[in-house]
Design a protein around this ligand. Structure first.
Ligand SMILES: Cc1cc2nc3c(=O)[nH]c(=O)nc-3n(C[C@H](O)[C@H](O)[C@H](O)COP(=O)(O)O)c2cc1C
Length: 204
């Protein structure tokens, strides 16, 4: 059975916070693009949050691959002050469909921070409970940077998971709440495409 691990770490961006708050910061977009390509190749999955100049990232996959990536991350000049908040063995990947899910600042996060007396996203001051709450929030929020269908189609990690887990575990990895939501969104997208096609054919 493959040896799987999850790490959660935080860091501070070294690039200036962009004044434009519409859309994704260009440096973050480049990081995401590289991460998605590399992580797919390496069977890694993860989530990345960026807000107020801080990163919060969760990475899961084979222990040796995650550790190798973390060594690379330590040398990346686009961030500094890396601090591991959690590192633990896991039985299965928590979000096998995401080579790197990106979650931008949104109302849910702002409310959570406010509930805990934070005016900005400052993960260096989070306690264990708040780290857990942030993780839960990141798992539940959709990623606006990538169509759900694409995310589901490009998930070799699911193969790694199925091949490495005993049957009982594989069965337990059946759709959870977010997978059902993804399925519902995919279905709505499909229906909208069919309607658009019908209208286009009518116009011809
Ligand atoms: C906050 C942050 C998160 C990153 N996450 C990943 C990641 O999940 N996977 C990855 O391959 N690279 C990630 N990177 C980029 C790596 O540090 C490194 O630049 C990249 O892996 C090099 O890839 P290349 O050899 O294909 O150029 C991240 C960088 C930063 C600053």
């Amino acid at each position: 059975m493959t040896d799987l691990i999850r790490i959660v770490y935080i860091s501070r961006a070294t690039f200036p916070i962009s004044a434009a708050n519409d859309g994704i910061e260009p440096t973050v977009a480049r990081i995401l693009s590289t991460s998605r390509t590399n992580n797919r190749k390496n069977g890694l999955v993860g989530m990345l949050y960026y807000g107020d100049g801080c990163f919060f990232q969760c990475l899961e996959g084979e222990t040796s691959k995650v550790q190798a990536l973390y060594k690379t991350l330590l040398k990346d000049p686009r961030h500094k002050d890396l601090k591991v908040l959690a590192s633990e063995p896991i039985k299965r990947l928590s979000f096998p469909d995401w080579s790197m899910k990106y979650v931008p600042v949104d109302g849910h996060m702002l409310r959570l921070l406010e509930e805990h007396g934070f005016e900005t996203f400052d993960p260096y001051r989070f306690d264990h409970h708040l780290v857990e709450r942030v993780m839960q929030l990141l798992q539940g929020v959709p990623d606006p940077t990538i169509p759900v269908v694409e995310a589901r189609a490009s998930a070799p990690a699911r193969t790694v998971l199925a091949a490495s887990a005993p049957l009982a575990e594989t069965q337990q990895a059946a759709p959870d709440g977010s997978a059902k939501l993804s399925l519902a969104i995919s279905t709505v997208a499909l229906v909208i495409s069919l309607i658009a096609l019908t209208v286009a054919l009518d116009l011809l």
